[in-house]
Design a protein around this ligand. Structure first.
Ligand code: SF4
Ligand code: SF4
Length: 386
């Protein structure tokens, strides 16, 4: 049985779709965002709502493929499909969109999406290393701030930025505490529930209410742990899931893993721990602090991306991981190429079993994935008991 509060968490998307409509009618501005590099604090400091618009559903992909190539990552097609079909209330109520120059597919898709709604594009450096990259990213923060000030007719002061930084740090800290509960052996939450709780925060119109809900969930889970109630038994293989972002509708690999008996205890990807690892430094000038925090995101779009290996190592140790699963969306070149480096690192440095699964959002290959996952878990079983 899952924690009772998960029902409230699961209802967040529906609840927030009503709240965003009400907020829009009350004159509140909405900024739609697509990436973990997006500085939500600047939107909040403009007294706007920030929502995550990344497409995680298969449904709009068919429409997207009428305008985009079929052999494109499903996340890009799904995001674009929602935009052209106007079936997502969060896209519909967004006054402006924020995009970043991350991977090639997204960059070129944004050129088309930018014709549908006003869009600001932040030019992300190709590397996170060195002072030039930081200066460039700081400048991009300032340009986004000016864009919102002009669009919404507001002044974004340092005080407002500092308040927004504090709020977002509180949200990150709460989500981080929740994620770390699964470091316990056995894990108290399924990976599917953890993913839902982490992913659904992106729709929170009222961030304070969202933080309060997660704190209540943490309390309930802690109480269950005191009473010996866990999601899996102690012998379930403990998996770290890395790679491309997932969400509701694109969680099939996570589901197959857990239906096959694994306990997915750490989600290293963007809908999991990646954005929670580093807080914004509240003692620094806000723009510098924001630039430093967001530039530290270990995404495969960066050259090089050693921060990802470092994070995988830390999570593998802290969560007592038995095996690493690397999920790659079809046609995602950056994560696909990087998988070779991750595989070698996991096998040679961490001495852990590794598997890469390359797939899309459709259910057509679930049977094949299940066969591979079961064989992988058998390998782990023999390693764990050896
Ligand atoms: S994987 Fe990279 S490009 Fe995709 S959402 Fe995360 S940070 Fe952004
Ligand atoms: S999963 Fe890969 S191809 Fe798809 S948007 Fe993210 S970085 Fe780009």
């Amino acid at each position: 049985m899952r924690p009772e509060i998960m029902e409230e968490v699961e209802a967040l998307r529906g609840v927030n779709s009503v709240k965003i409509k009400e907020a829009h009618e009350a004159g509140k501005k909405v900024v739609g965002m697509y990436c973990v590099f997006s500085p939500q604090e600047i939107a909040l400091a403009a007294d706007a709502i920030s929502v995550t618009l990344c497409g995680t559903a298969q449904a709009p992909i068919e429409d997207a493929e009428k305008e985009l190539p079929r052999n494109l990552c499903p996340l890009i097609k799904s995001s674009y499909g929602f935009a052209i079909t106007d079936k997502c209330p969060y896209f519909y109520f967004s006054d402006v969109l924020l995009a970043e120059t991350t991977c090639d597919g997204k960059k070129k898709m944004y050129e088309l999406m930018g014709k549908i709604k006003p869009m600001h594009i932040m030019n992300l450096p190709q590397t996170a290393e060195g002072n030039d990259a930081l200066e460039m990213w700081k400048n991009e923060m300032i340009k986004f701030k000016s864009f919102l000030e002009e669009k919404f007719g507001v002044e974004i002061t340092d005080e407002k930025l500092k308040d927004a930084i504090k709020l977002m740090n509180r949200e990150r800290s709460a989500m981080r505490r929740l994620h770390k509960l699964n470091a316990h052996k056995p894990a108290p939450l399924t990976g599917v529930d953890m993913m839902l709780a982490q992913w659904l925060k992106g729709f929170n119109v009222d961030k304070e209410a969202g933080i309060e809900l997660i704190e209540r969930l943490i309390s309930e889970v802690e109480e269950r742990m005191e009473n010996g109630i866990y999601a899996f038994d102690e012998n379930a293989p403990r998996i770290l899931l890395t790679g491309c972002p997932i969400g509701s509708g694109s969680e099939k690999v996570l589901k197959v893993l857990e239906e096959s008996g694994a306990s997915v205890v750490a989600l290293e990807n963007c809908t999991g721990y990646k954005g929670l690892d580093v807080l914004v430094d509240e003692s620094k000038d806000p723009i510098t602090a924001l630039a430093e925090k967001y530039l530290s995101t270990p995404c495969s779009c960066m050259t090089n991306n050693n921060g990802r290996l470092d994070l995988i190592k830390r999570l593998a140790e802290e969560y007592e991981i038995d095996g690493v699963v690397d999920l790659t969306w079809q046609a995602c070149h950056t994560y696909n190429i990087e998988s070779f480096t991750v595989r070698n690192f996991v096998k040679d440095e961490l001495n852990l079993p590794f598997i890469q699964i390359e797939t899309d959002y459709s259910d057509s290959d679930v049977g094949q994935i299940k066969v591979r996952v079961e064989a992988f878990l058998e390998t782990i079983g023999s390693t764990v008991t050896a």
